[in-house]
Design a protein around this ligand. Sequence first.
Ligand SMILES: [Zn+2]
Length: 229
Amino acid sequence: MQRNFMPRNGGRTPLIHAAMALLLASLSSPAWSAMVTLHEAAVESIFAQSGFADPVDLRFGPTIQYVAPALLDVGSSTEFNQLKNNFLGLPNTTVRLFFVDTISWCGDNGSVAGCANNSIAIVNSTTAASPTVGDELIAHELGHVFGLEHTGGDNLMNPTINDGRNSLTAGQITDLLADYNVLYDVNNKPYVDIAPVLVVAAATAVPLPGAALLMLGALLPLGLARRRA
Ligand SMILES: [Zn+2]
């Protein structure tokens, strides 16, 4: 199920990276959709592996809800650009990591788990939630954001998702550390500001499983009021 993709060229032109074959199609249940899973420690470890003089500090901010029912599936260049061109009031060096239900367009039509371009990455929230490959999906898309192209083998930038494909070459590490999305603190240590963005059909409180909602019925008005605060 390997997907074609449009390779990124050397510049920062707006080419788009369709990402990974969606091997976990069985996980594409709506029950799992529309949620944010960051795997922060695991993703950070990929950008701290042997070869990095200093680990890249991934500074995930609070999750932003973005109400856009038409974008729960990213299905066209127009829809992709609606995400790409909406900076949500954030600096253009803050990477926007969108979680959507499905991606059916990323350079061309088809179902992929992730898509990236310049300072945005879009992931299928179901695949991102996978305990085995979710971290690699997010790291792979961040790799594109940092300017890396597809390659093969056990490399992170292998376009096919598979647990354990997370290595980076010395050349890739050099390249990504020079990307404009990688910032440096006063001690010259690399970091990246990342805003997780949950695309939702309507503004909601923190999503709860249906069963938990029923159990908490009596407490719900109070709980919702607090969560909206
Ligand atoms: Zn890719």
